[in-house]
Write a protein that binds this ligand. Structure first.
Ligand code: ATP
Length: 299
């Protein structure tokens, strides 16, 4: 993950979440001092208007991080995601799942092949238009030191209060926000009301829904929530995934079961693609992962 120093304003939505998503402190320091390896093209190609979600294509993608030449994070990755499709990425740690999402956001450029969104190579679009088309729900959602309303409005700064509330309702966040001491005006964050993990996730989902992007990138939380929270977050995610294209790094059984396709990754390669039942029946890497992650019996 690299912070784009030049377009922080454009990226403000992505920025905070990425800082948080980056996690480890040393990583963060690395990020803050990093310069973006990507730049806007001299003559950006406009992304076409789309309805019902973006089309995404990875074509012969080979990629290594600039700091690790000769150590490919992705090799020969081919993937076609249809508009509206929900694709779950699964695989062991280091398989390349987050790298896929980072390339879609063009935090780095590939060394081989190409990544296109709605038919336009991500290197040919302006960073602002590319990222404007993409919503992100990170594993660990950032809550800013401001009101609940402003926390959600972050998803689309020009949104009206009514639009913020509609997004909160869609993300099943409205009810708990209304019960906060000052409702939508309640101050959150470090010196404000502390939210539960599930509540933070729903704020983050509401932000993404307010932005209403044709492409949603989701990094599902690994940490367990209580059953009630889990149900609400799942319901919110399902709403968020409807009518748009979603790529989700999946950690939940419910998510992989509902995905249109599951992409199984290992060592930077796609090793299998299918639906949950198919892949379990095949008894390969997916079946083993499923038995570890979801407690399913390997076939
Ligand atoms: P996890 O489930 O642990 O998040 P992942 O499937 O998302 O794993 P990636 O984070 O995409 O895997 O990592 C793919 C490879 O790239 C790994 O070998 C990883 O160590 C390496 N990698 C990831 N991020 C960076 C980075 N910023 N700089 C250098 N190497 C990186």
């Amino acid at each position: 993950v690299i912070i784009l120093v030049s377009s922080v304003a454009v990226l403000s939505e992505v920025y905070g979440d990425l800082l948080r998503a980056a996690g480890a402190t040393e990583r963060l320091m690395e990020l803050l001092s990093a310069r973006s390896p990507v730049a806007d093209p001299a003559r950006p190609v406009a992304l076409p208007a789309v309805q019902g979600g973006s089309a995404v294509r990875f074509e012969g993608v080979g990629f290594h991080y600039p700091s690790r030449p000769g150590m490919p994070a992705l090799s020969e990755v081919n993937l076609d995601v249809r508009p509206g499709e929900t694709v779950a990425l699964v695989g062991p740690s280091g398989a390349g799942k987050s790298t896929m999402l980072q390339l879609l956001l063009r935090f780095y450029d590939v060394q081989h092949g190409g990544v296109t969104v709605d038919g336009v190579d991500v290197r040919d679009a302006s960073l602002a238009s590319l990222r404007g088309r993409i919503g992100i729900v990170p594993q660990d959602s950032t809550i800013f030191s401001t009101s609940a309303l402003e926390n959600i409005r972050y998803g689309r700064p020009e949104a009206t209060e009514a639009e913020v509330i509609a997004a909160a309702k869609a993300a099943f966040a409205h009810d708990f926000i209304e019960k906060l001491p000052e409702g939508y005006d309640t101050y959150l964050g470090e010196r404000g009301v502390r939210l539960s993990g599930g509540q933070r996730q729903r704020i983050s989902i509401a932000r993404a829904m307010l932005k209403n992007p044709p492409l949603l990138l989701l990094d599902e939380a690994t940490s367990a929530l209580d059953a009630e929270s889990e149900r609400m977050v799942q319901a919110a995610l399902e709403k968020a995934m409807a009518d748009r294209t979603t790529l989700v790094i999946a950690h939940r059984l419910a998510t992989v079961q509902k995905a249109d396709r599951i992409v199984v990754m290992d060592g930077g390669r796609i090793v299998d693609i299918g639906r949950h039942d198919e892949l379990v029946a095949r008894g390969g890497l997916y079946a083993r992962l499923a038995s570890m992650q979801f407690g399913l019996e390997a076939a």
